[in-house]
Design a protein around this ligand. Structure first.
Ligand SMILES: NC(=O)C1=CN([C@@H]2O[C@H](COP(=O)(O)OP(=O)(O)OC[C@H]3O[C@@H](n4cnc5c(N)ncnc54)[C@H](OP(=O)(O)O)[C@@H]3O)[C@@H](O)[C@H]2O)C=CC1
Ligand SMILES: C[C@H]1O[C@H](OP(=O)(O)OP(=O)(O)OC[C@H]2O[C@@H](n3cnc4c(=O)[nH]c(N)nc43)[C@H](O)[C@@H]2O)[C@@H](O)[C@@H](O)C1=O
Length: 350
């Protein structure tokens, strides 16, 4: 990629896409192409074909997807498989037809078997059954990896897949039902603290409702009260969290420095499993995460574990040897990142 290359970021307003946009701008890339979801619905084959025909991007970051936490994945199963397969089929196929020089496809570590040996290496893909709560999403992501791999092999394209761990950062989704655990707990614990301080105005403003009674009733549904916060599941599952700006930096690093062909020449004779894990290689339990957020937010109440909610995979720690060997390592440690995202939330929640 050179600084004038025409680069399309699909999903530029999302958690990862917005961080990729900032990262590229900061590095001096000046020909970046973006479209909002409203301007271009990537599930629409004809519109995506027209877009590529007119714009002819040279590089593509595919960070648009239907994304959500464990309950969203488990509830909207059809949407997660349909939207994700449509988006990636359209973008990857049109990238091939219009001679895109390089494409980066974002998968997820949920592609690995539910009971994979830890930490999970790239070659564990398709070696056992998946976690059921996010199986439709994971299958869409696996088909995206295999699509990139197949186009590379049959058509000589240069499409690279990366498998990020759980991400968090600015522009994350803080919805109490549909979000991932880290933003959900930041918001729930913050709101519980506001309730304990009897700051009715701040609670109403955060939830954008017209009365404190409505706000309290809504929060009760999610187990948020002035003296306790509900945590889904047992608190025992472990998760690995990567700051979204580190994730974006890894994506740009890979786009700048790697080619699909390098990935099986460097001692790897197998053309399959050329995807790259992106993570920190460190994880913590959900209980420990909740305690950390509680400390940072300054909430004094209790954490109550609701075991009727799913735990999901008990552990999905990435093996980041491949990424580290390429010369990239994360910078932001979890406690620093949680402090940053809490401050970001305080400045952006109304
Ligand atoms: N967040 C995480 O923890 C993880 C994310 N990933 C992957 O990283 C990538 C980015 O995720 P993340 O940034 O968190 O997701 P976000 O939900 O924050 O952003 C997704 C973006 O895609 C856009 N989008 C969704 N559907 C369409 C559509 N039909 N047409 C056009 N645009 C669409 C959204 O626009 P709009 O909001 O307007 O719909 C949004 O800008 C995804 O591939 C995801 O699977 C992988 C592992 C973990
Ligand atoms: C990134 C990843 O995201 C999803 O997988 P997940 O890691 O299981 O997602 P999660 O962040 O929602 O939950 C992590 C853990 O945390 C627990 N938990 C506690 N309390 C809350 C809570 O309040 N909200 C949420 N969401 N989870 C909670 C929750 O029960 C679970 O044990 C995939 O569907 C898949 O899409 C994917 O790739």
């Amino acid at each position: 990629m050179n600084k004038n290359s025409k680069i399309y970021i699909a999903g530029h307003r999302g958690l990862v896409g917005s961080a990729i946009l900032d990262n590229l701008k900061n590095k001096g890339y000046n020909n970046i192409l973006t479209k909002t979801h409203k301007e271009l619905d990537l599930t629409n084959q004809l519109n995506v074909a027209n877009f590529f025909e007119i714009e002819k991007p040279e590089y593509v970051f595919l960070a648009a997807a239907k994304v959500g936490g464990i309950v969203a994945n488990n509830t909207y199963r059809a949407d997660f498989i349909y939207d994700n397969m449509m988006i990636q089929n359209n973008v990857i196929h049109q990238s091939y037809l219009h001679n895109v020089k390089k494409l980066l496809f974002l998968g997820s570590t949920c592609i690995y078997p539910k009971k994979a040996t830890q930490p999970m290496k790239e070659e564990y893909l398709l070696t056992d059954v998946l976690e059921y709560t996010n199986e439709p999403y994971a299958i869409a992501k696996i088909s995206g990896i295999k699509m990139c791999e197949s186009y590379n092999i049959q058509y000589g394209t240069n499409f690279i897949s990366v498998m990020p761990t759980n991400l968090y950062g600015p522009n994350d989704n803080f919805d109490l039902e549909k979000s991932h655990v880290l933003p959900a707990l930041i918001r729930k614990i913050h709101l519980a603290k506001l309730l304990s301080e009897e700051d009715e105005g701040a609670v109403v403003a955060d939830l954008k409702v017209d009365s404190f009674e409505k706000a309290k009733a809504y929060l009760k549904e999610f187990g948020v009260t002035s003296n306790s916060v509900e945590i889904w599941g047992t608190g025992e599952p472990k998760r690995e969290f990567l700051w979204s700006q580190d994730m974006a930096d890894a994506c740009v690093f890979i786009m700048e420095s790697r080619n699909f062909s390098d990935m099986f020449k460097d001692g790897n004779t197998e053309i399959r499993n050329t995807h790259i894990n992106i993570g920190t290689g460190e994880d913590i339990s959900i209980k420990e995460l909740a305690e950390l957020i509680k400390k940072i937010v300054g909430f004094k109440g209790d954490l109550v574990f609701n075991e009727t909610k799913p735990d999901g995979t008990m552990r999905k720690l990435t093996d980041v040897t491949k990424l580290n060997d390429l010369g990239w390592k994360h910078k932001v440690e979890l406690e620093v990142g949680v402090n940053r995202i809490y401050n970001w939330y305080l400045n952006n929640s109304h």
